[in-house]
Design a protein. Structure first.
Length: 262
């Protein structure tokens, strides 16, 4: 079974266990692979839609694993029995949905020893949820596939407060000086600097134009023009703050390596 680089990396983060619950299983490739390779003994493949579940059923039958992989139509963890799975995997969903599933299914996670998560967005919110709900990030990885960056993690039971920088970029990725994270940081820094430069140039141009207006025109348009000005400045300030954060992560990497990261 051919897996994408992203899914291979997700599988590599899964610890050995008795039962895997794959939430949002889609084609069912991950549970089939993990059962075939002996990482888990059995699995529950779950999806909120009938179409993906039907495709997963075909994958399970083709692999001859119908006796070890069960399929369930389920919204998040609703279809899982409390304590049934010791490894829970949620991959390919947005960060807010990942957090919602974890929060709504806390009771179902009573027997889970590990979470394997690969959020597509707002990953800092996912790390924050883990940090404040009794989970510690054990391992992280990041892959670049078809121009997109995919961070992912394995979490175990435990406590670990995280700094703002760790929430944004990952405590283990920063510790490992992960090469794909470094590539991502350089790319983000350049993108933000470019956008910030355009915002500042736009604000400068707008300011020069307003300087040519009469006082009466300025008064008449005061509310609208100030709102535009404030919006431009706010956007520039947000990006400047983000650039500072990215550069801080790059500097941390530089100090850890004992050399220049540029």
């Amino acid at each position: 079974m051919m897996l994408s680089e992203r899914l291979r990396a997700v599988c590599a983060l899964c610890p050995h266990g008795e039962c895997l619950a794959d939430i949002g299983t889609d084609h069912g490739y991950v549970p089939v692979t993990l059962v075939e390779e002996g990482v888990v003994h059995r699995a529950v493949a779950m999806d909120v839609r009938k179409g993906p579940l039907s495709r997963a059923d075909a994958s399970v039958k083709e692999a001859g694993l119908s006796d070890r992989i069960s399929l369930r139509l389920s919204d998040g963890l609703d279809g899982l029995k409390a304590g049934e799975a010791d490894v829970v995997l949620i991959a390919g969903m947005g960060g807010p949905l990942t957090v919602r599933i974890l929060a709504a299914g806390e009771e179902k996670l009573s027997g889970a020893k590990a979470l394997v998560l690969q959020p597509q967005s707002e990953i800092g919110d996912v790390r924050r949820y883990l940090s404040t709900h009794g989970w510690r990030i054990l391992r992280e990885n990041m892959v670049l596939e078809e121009g997109k960056y995919y961070p992912m993690m394995e979490a175990e039971r435990g406590q670990e407060p995280l700094s703002r920088l760790q929430l944004q970029y990952g405590p283990r990725l920063l510790e490992k000086r992960h090469p794909v994270l470094l590539q991502y940081l350089r790319h983000e820094e350049q993108t933000l600097l470019t956008v910030l430069g355009k915002l500042r140039e736009s604000e400068k141009t707008s300011g020069e134009g307003r300087g040519l207006e009469t006082e009466r025109t300025q008064d008449a348009d005061k509310d609208g023009s100030r709102k535009k000005k404030d919006t431009g400045r706010a956007g520039a300030e947000r990006r400047a703050a983000r650039i500072a954060q990215v550069q801080m992560a790059l500097e941390l990497n530089k100090r850890a390596q004992g050399g220049d990261v540029r």
